[in-house]
Design a protein around this ligand. Structure first.
Ligand code: PAF
Length: 283
């Protein structure tokens, strides 16, 4: 496994691989890797000749300075996970290697029809920052396939649409969320939860489970789904619901009732730590 800190050297390697006709799988990350990332890497290894992982905590996508500063890091363990997962190249740039002079460029890409809900409205500027870094990374890595987790479902939809509009020659793939034994979706931010907050957090998958049970009995009412979810997941005044939205899973537009392919997504604050999760139901 090779580690690249510099895009010029990485691009040379990529050009070599391309000349050999190799398929390049790409897993962009912000580090603090866990089994969810490992699953993205495994998918990439399965369908490509080589896998590149990038590790870069992108300042442009944080709308909250303290979230950026406290974003967990562990370079050593990240590299170990990559090594064990048979990654071919890890790209660990600094800000200067990604953005000219290390300054976040004054360039905003927006996809309005997919950003009227969920994290787009809860975290203004977040997805503009994601699209910015993703376009820089795609230009450097020129992947055949790129892999994203379903936990960040809106991010996946946006990147897919972005790739379609901008003619990047690659396929955007989504991979199922990996969960802890008690069902909590794996996230690098879980490491920041206190013991008590972690106990509260396990109610998120239980709440989704209860919603699914309600839907199985033929229930379709949005307000009922919201009530079931909130009473199960928000069990303490120490938790704050950022959003709970029920939307058409393809278009992210609102739906009058739970029917068809529907995304049920939440964001909840556990103190300063904000966790997101979702399920997609077909009813
Ligand atoms: O999902 C993430 O970790 C980030 O948003 C991404 C896609 C690596 C861009 O910084």
């Amino acid at each position: 496994m090779e580690i690249y800190y510099n895009k010029i050297l990485l691009k040379e390697k990529i050009a070599e691989w391309k000349a050999e006709g190799k398929k390049i799988g790409f897993v962009p990350t912000m580090g603090f890797l866990h089994q969810g990332h490992k699953k993205l890497i495994d998918e990439s290894n399965k369908y490509n000749d080589v896998t590149v992982v990038s590790i870069f905590v992108n300042p442009a996508q944080f709308n909250n300075e303290s979230d950026f500063i406290n974003y967990p890091k562990n370079e050593e363990s990240d590299l170990e996970i990559c090594r064990l997962s048979e990654v071919d190249a890890v790209y660990m740039p600094d800000k200067e290697d990604i953005y000219d002079n290390g300054k976040i460029p004054d360039l905003q890409m927006k996809i309005p029809h997919l950003t009227k809900s969920l994290c787009a409205t809860a975290r203004p500027g977040h997805f503009e920052g994601v699209l910015l870094v993703i376009s820089v990374l795609f230009h450097i890595v020129e992947p055949t396939n790129a892999y994203f987790g379903k936990k960040d479902y809106q991010q996946y939809l946006l990147i897919k649409e972005f790739v379609k509009y901008t003619n990047f020659n690659l396929v955007v793939n989504v991979v199922n969320t990996v969960r802890d034994e008690d069902g909590l979706a794996l996230s690098s931010r879980n490491a920041r939860l206190t013991y008590e907050q972690r106990t509260f957090a396990k109610n998120i998958p239980i709440a989704f489970q209860k919603v699914q049970e309600y839907l199985k009995t033929g229930g379709r009412n949005i307000q009922a789904v919201k009530r079931i979810f909130i009473t199960t997941a928000i069990t303490s005044d120490k938790l704050k619901l950022d959003y709970l939205e029920i939307l058409d899973a393809k278009t992210l537009s609102s739906v009058p009732e739970v029917r068809g392919v529907v995304l049920i997504a939440c964001a909840i604050f556990f103190g300063e730590v904000r966790l997101i999760d979702n399920i997609i139901v077909r009813v």
